[in-house]
Ligand binder design. Structure first.
Ligand SMILES: [Zn+2]
Length: 584
């Protein structure tokens, strides 16, 4: 009795004891269990209820699963809103988990980390310097679709979610087209926070090597120079050092052209369809940590936990440099007129890495009898390998004063608005200098990719255009702030992940009317008779193209396309480049 009342007195005089919040990962002695969606959200609800002054769990819009997206915000003094966090000079560290639910380390590591941060005074102090936002599970749909077989090459956990979402979309290809409600809710959340650092947790496939965790940062050349320099010079070295101190030596993501990593590690060129490519459009430094699929689940979760903690420690320590680099990048974006549209990693090595791999060899396959690759874990090595980490633009554009988007293209207007673009409807028609693109040529993938038949190798011609009808939406470059680069890379048809490339303008690629040959023959002859210049052009075209010279129907089509009978809208890209003054 005496003992019990003493305990009660102690409990009343010290801070409240930590509630018994444990995770399925911890409760499994084998550490081979990842939380289900229900367990994950129930855990965070309990956690937020236990620490209302320092943690807030909020719904953040719908997903294709029917369940809402959640955000958990952690702050030492209850600074749970982006504006308040910015006003206090705190960078935002945004962690997203479960985009591929079969790669769930981040889901479990974030649960443990959030709890540990909140109940330990020392780590809580970090949350006075950095505001942490966590998406507990992004692809809820896939997480609910649990199985034990789809990660065929992966060493645990015992069961896990599926990569595709409820519409069978890979959400890590959905950041530009935003077919899923998950992506639309994410965009709203990301635009609200516009984090300085964005981390999207994954598990790798591919080669065998010694590392438990590898890292894909935003490709540094693709970031604004101030951010690229800060990333290479300060942030990455501190992350690698922090992880080495925690006994997790780390390497850049192991992607290579040859059969094994000795051929050299090649930077992953994340176009804006990917999470970190999307983040880079808005001057956010993105990361995809990739744990190694052949290591046990326990160490993979621990390494992810330590990496997320290292991010927090590093961002807290480097906050002034990070904020200064972001501010400089935003200033540069406001003044930028020339924009890269596509990139390629150079074939010249940018440096050498000391790589900890395993010797590889070949032996006869028990399936086919043919030689097969294997890695020999009994023969580890550390060896210099080339690092290909230098990317260069392969296409550019000079941005117009504004893009003019006809009101008819509602889906595109919705996407632009949702991603932070400021649009102005024209009350009156506007006349002045402008450019219109005609789509001269393009290639289309023969099979669908993520629900779309992607276009590439687009060739354009530019024609003058003049009047914008009332109701047209103007997206004025100078008014876009951080959305300027997104605007250019989505609306310029030649950009890798433009809306044109994703098929949002496909209806202009089809002619709506045509002619009957025998009727048009006489009209065409009459047209050529009255237009000697057209006749000369046709003769020149025939000389240059023997197939045209040999084909009557092809020549008739040529005349049609160069006559006033041709449809003006066919292959005319409807978004104009406005070059004149804009109304106040
Ligand atoms: Zn992944």
């Amino acid at each position: 009795m005496f003992f019990a009342s003493l305990l009660l007195a102690a409990a009343l005089t010290t801070t409240a004891p930590a509630p018994p919040l444990t995770t399925p990962f911890e409760r499994d002695p084998q550490h081979n269990t990842t939380a289900t969606y229900a367990e994950c959200i129930a855990f965070y609800k309990k956690l937020a209820a236990a620490y209302p002054a320092t943690a807030q769990l909020r719904e953040a819009g719908p997903t294709d699963s029917g369940q809402p997206l959640h955000e958990l915000v952690l702050s030492a003094d209850g600074t749970f809103e982006p504006a308040a966090s910015r006003a206090k000079g705190r960078p935002i560290l945004f962690i997203q988990n479960g985009i591929h639910p079969g790669e769930p380390e981040g889901i479990d590591a974030s649960m443990l980390l959030a709890r540990d941060l909140l109940r330990d005074k020392k780590t809580l102090a970090l949350l006075a310097k950095v505001t942490v936002v966590i998406i507990p599970a992004y692809n809820i749909d896939g997480m609910l679709n649990r199985n034990s077989t789809t990660r065929v090459n992966q060493n645990g956990p015992a069961s896990y979610g599926f990569r595709g979402n409820a519409r069978h979309l890979d959400l890590n290809r959905d950041f530009i087209k935003q077919d899923s409600r998950n992506a639309r809710s994410f965009a709203a959340l990301f635009q609200r926070w516009r984090p300085e650092v964005f981390v999207d947790t994954h598990t790798s496939n591919g080669a065998d090597y010694q590392y438990t965790i590898t890292l894909i940062p935003s490709q540094h050349n693709k970031l604004a120079p101030a951010l690229g320099t800060y990333l290479q010079g300060q942030l990455l070295p501190a992350l690698y050092q922090g992880m080495a101190q925690k006994h997790w030596p780390m390497t850049p993501y192991v992607d290579f052209d040859g059969e094994t990593p000795e051929s050299g590690l090649r930077a992953f060129l994340e176009s804006p369809r990917y999470s970190t490519g999307y983040a880079a459009l808005f001057n956010s430094i993105g990361f995809m940590p990739e744990t190694h699929m052949l290591k046990a689940f326990g160490p993979r979760v621990r390494a992810t936990y330590d990496l997320l903690l290292t991010y927090l420690q590093t961002v807290a320590a480097q906050a002034p440099a990070l904020l200064a680099a972001r501010a400089e990048a935003d200033r540069a974006l406001a003044a930028q007129t020339r924009f890269p549209l596509a990139w390629a990693v150079r074939d010249t090595a940018s440096g050498t890495l000391q790589f900890r791999g395993y010797e590889a060899g070949h032996k006869p396959s028990a399936v086919s009898g043919q030689p097969r690759l294997y890695y020999d874990r009994a023969r580890p090595y550390t060896r210099p390998v080339p690092h290909y980490n230098d990317a260069r633009p392969t296409a550019h554009t000079t941005a117009p004063v504004a893009y003019a988007i006809p009101a008819a293209w509602g889906e595109v207007l919705d996407l632009l608005r949702r991603n932070g673009v400021v649009l102005r409807p024209l009350a009156q028609p506007l006349t002045g200098p402008a450019e219109a693109y005609r789509i001269e040529d393009y290639k289309t993938a023969p099979r669908p990719y993520e629900g779309h038949y992607l276009h590439s190798q687009t060739r354009l011609s530019t024609q003058p255009a003049a009047t914008l009808p009332a109701g047209t939406y103007l997206a004025v470059l100078a008014e876009q702030g951080p959305a300027a680069r997104y605007l250019v890379e989505t609306l310029e048809p030649q950009a890798t992940d433009s809306f044109f490339a994703w098929g949002f303008f496909d209806s202009i690629l089809q002619q709506k009317e045509h002619y009957s040959d025998y009727v048009f023959e006489d009209l065409a002859a009459d047209f050529l008779g009255k237009n000697p210049t057209a006749r000369q052009q046709l003769d020149a075209a025939k000389k240059a193209d023997p197939a045209l010279a040999a084909s009557g129907p092809a020549q008739l089509e040529w005349v049609y396309q160069h006559s006033p009978y041709a449809e003006p809208g066919y292959r005319c890209y409807p978004v104009l480049r406005w070059l004149g003054a804009v109304p106040k």
